[in-house]
Design a binder for this molecule. Structure first.
Ligand code: UDP
Length: 384
């Protein structure tokens, strides 16, 4: 065992999981994050006044079909079963999401059974679209114009800042349409919330004698050269000082407010209409239903284009960004001693479970390359 010195830029899920794996193999790991806390955008913090566990950068619900990833998170935190049940307000009425038999019957004022609803929706759907490429085509093909207009069109405009006919179908493919009353937002086998929040879980992952964590400081590319290898989970374009431009992101603004009691009776209430400027309201105490709190902390969530000083959330990946991404990937492939990982390092829309899966795979692939004396990969998953 040679025991390399390794730098993780970023103390989010990618840096923590890769760092832990390689520290357990005997490498010396330093994790540096510009923020004052670990956990990246999964960061949670208990509110001093109400005692509510707040998802500081917006709601995170853990769900996966990956048994190894589920075992991994349960090693570092106690998970409590949680089902994400989302509601949406449209035209002064509240509906169930994802679109299911209840939504369809509520919306059309019917009492259809599954087969009837399936035939009814199929009759509304545009069946001439056989290979939907855009978000709009995907919606028109699978739910038809009425449900699309009510539940997806306005929300998607607000979320992404452009027409759904400019967005890829893959965004909508995240959401199912169900012809039964199952209102579980995610179809995955394992779903839960860490009892003491995500920050405690990520701190536990980082709690290893081979790992040193430094918070509240930025690390420059020149400084990073002092380590044998760097795993960089910051923005890909940021590594190159944005020298060929900035990759497009959406950022979120959270308007925090409190309420004495139960404001909306559920964790997530979406607002489908463009007339309502925010996309959703989240009531954080409902993400921990095993706790009980009198007071409540809520976020009104607004989405907008990400500026240079904003926190990047969702990579946009439209035509212009794809071209620039290709250029950055080419530059990255010429680098030595660094690997780009995670949502920002590979400029992809990643769920937490996929981030952990990729981090475990990356750590193993790096260790295998190192053992053979091979040059470690710059990317473990191709971003384009
Ligand atoms: N979406 C929508 N209406 C909703 C919820 C979602 O149109 O009420 C669309 C929107 O474009 C969003 C996408 O479906 O970006 C994926 O939704 P998801 O809930 O997975 O988004 P996330 O929680 O990752 O923001």
């Amino acid at each position: 065992m040679s025991g390399k010195t390794l730098l993780m830029v970023g103390a989010g899920l990618s840096g923590a999981v890769i760092g832990r794996h390689l520290a357990e193999l005997g490498h010396r790991v330093t994790v540096i994050d510009a923020r004052a806390h670990v956990g990246g955008n999964c960061h949670t913090e208990r509110d001093g006044d109400t005692g509510v566990m707040v998802h500081i950068y917006g709601p995170h619900i853990f769900h996966t079909d990956d048994a190894e990833v589920w075992a991994y998170v349960n090693r570092f935190a106690r998970f409590i079963a949680y089902k994400n049940r989302v509601k949406t307000t449209v035209g002064g009425k509240v509906y169930s999401l994802p679109i299911n038999l209840h939504t369809i019957n509520q919306f059309f004022g019917t009492a259809m059974r599954p087969d009837e609803a399936r035939a009814f929706i199929e009759a509304q759907a545009d069946t001439t679209i056989d290979d939907p490429q855009t978000f709009e085509d995907q919606a028109l093909r699978f739910v038809g114009p009425d449900l699309y207009e009510a539940f997806f069109k306005g929300y998607t405009w607000k979320q992404w800042g452009c027409s759904p006919n400019k967005l890829p179908a893959s965004i909508l493919k995240r959401l199912p349409v169900r012809f039964n009353y199952d209102d579980n937002y995610f179809a995955h086998r394992f779903q839960g919330m860490p009892e003491n929040g995500y920050t405690a879980m990520i701190a536990a992952i980082l709690d290893h004698p081979g790992i040193t964590v430094e918070l509240g400081r930025k690390v420059s590319r020149a400084e990073a050269a002092a380590w044998d290898h760097v795993f960089y989970s910051g923005p890909l374009d940021g590594w190159f000082d944005y020298d060929i431009g900035r990759l497009g992101y959406r950022t979120l603004d959270f308007e925090r407010f409190t309420y004495a009691g139960d404001y909306q009776g559920t964790a997530v209430m979406n607002y489908g209409e463009v007339g309502v400027p925010y996309t959703r309201i989240t009531e954080h105490k409902h993400f921990s239903p095993w706790e009980s709190h009198e007071g409540s902390v809520l976020y009104r969530e607004f989405s907008r284009a990400c500026g240079p000083d904003d926190i990047p959330y969702y990579p946009i990946r439209l035509v212009d960004e794809r071209e620039m991404l290709g250029d950055y990937v080419e530059k990255a492939r010429a680098e030595r001693g660094v690997s780009f990982v995670g949502r920002l390092g590979t400029y992809r829309y990643l769920d937490m479970d996929v981030t952990i899966r990729e981090a475990l795979d990356a750590a193993r692939a790096w260790a295998a390359a190192e053992a053979k004396g091979d040059e470690p990969p710059v990317f473990f998953v191709a971003p384009v």
